[in-house]
Write a protein that binds this ligand. Sequence first.
Ligand code: FES
Length: 99
Amino acid sequence: MPDSAIKPFRCHVFVCVNKRDGKPACEDHGAKKALEKAKDAVKALPFAKREGIRLSQSGCLGQCEHGPVAVVYPPGKWISYSSADELVRFILDAIETAD
Ligand code: FES
């Protein structure tokens, strides 16, 4: 049964921090540290900007060959990032356009 008390997030980002035995995975590229940097960047925003924003670490998102990856909803936009700074820019841009 739907719970009307649950308030949806304005913007929800999933950052894969998965590791896989002997296979390429996002955490091989420092995904957890990138996520922490992104969380710090969001916390530094004024409250009105960061309200309703959620950053979650996730398990495998099924895009390992493109890792490290993250996805933001809405609109369901993906990124294969090459640095923590690139992930931060992606997330801040997503927040800027979310409503
Ligand atoms: S390990 Fe990150 S998408 Fe699979």
